[in-house]
Ligand binder design. Sequence first.
Ligand code: IPM
Ligand code: MG
Length: 359
Amino acid sequence: MKIKLAVLPGDGIGPEIVDQAINAVDAVCEKFGHELEYKKALVGACAIDKTGNPYPQETHELCLNADAVLFGAIGSPKYDQNPAAKVRPEQGLLEMRKKLGLYANIRPVTTFDSLIHKSPLKEELVAKTDFMCIRELTGGIYFGKPQGRSEDGLTAYDTCVYTVKEIERIVRLAYKYALNRNKKLTVVDKANVLATSRLWREVTQSLEKEYPSVNTEYLFVDNAAMQIIQCPKRFDVIVTENMFGDILTDEASVITGSLGMLPSASIGTHTSVFEPIHGSYPQAAGKDIANPIATILSAALMFEYSFNLKKESEAIRTAVNDAIAEGIVTEDIASDKIAYKTSEVGRWIAEKIKSNPIT
Ligand code: IPM
Ligand code: MG
């Protein structure tokens, strides 16, 4: 098959980790006989520096015309430390999500047996954790209007908005995933305080009867934050609004031992985007030390979700598992003082993809 990718490395460690994901994609394409074509484009702080726009039209068109988008990370201390900046790198990511209609962000949370000891949580607690967080991505407080400051500058406001249509769309998707998994859906909200959360409950309650084989439960977000750490194995599919999903998935990454391990897929009405859940880690930029695994696993999700190529996806996952089992990993998860470089880990995984037998 012919695969046309838009590659958006972004800022900080983005370019380094994306290069390694491309190595993995290249290896898979070579192994399974696919033809890969990819083009890079600017997004985030580097796009502001070059064009003044964090999501240039040219980048958007490249994404629209691609079969899938591979995304690195965005963000820069230059903007983080300047809250008065009018144009911010994150606006690029949000605009891309909105313009591509990426309403669902799927974040699988699984542990790796050979990494369990790296989790700050007790081994017996986290072993065999396997759940999926489905985060609504184009609504809520990230996008609600009005947002801004009063004229005298003394008051700031953000608005959380959800429509029935938006909620129904994401909850139905979550039910679809639950049906294919262990048939348990947890809706995370703050219905004891927020009107939007009460609407989430109302809409989900009306959908429940259409999915009688799925066990639906409702958890307040503060309680969910606690239970994700206390008993992660109790979860199967979690569905939640934009900001709760952002926070809970960073928390969930601790279970796996490193923020550098969790991939994600953003899907919606146009081209899907595959990106690690972590940020641009500017302190590590250019040092060849960042963990490329979350981005490489995002490429695995891409083969499965965008192209329905499950063997290709599995080939990447197997090679990643092999790297972890053999200790070919970066410093964040290295145990025996031997830490490998980003590029060494990436190249090892690419070679392993090629040399492993096809299963
Ligand atoms: C994420 C990130 C983004 C978000 C930032 C960079 C805007 O934290 O993808 O989780 O908050 O959605
Ligand atoms: Mg986040």
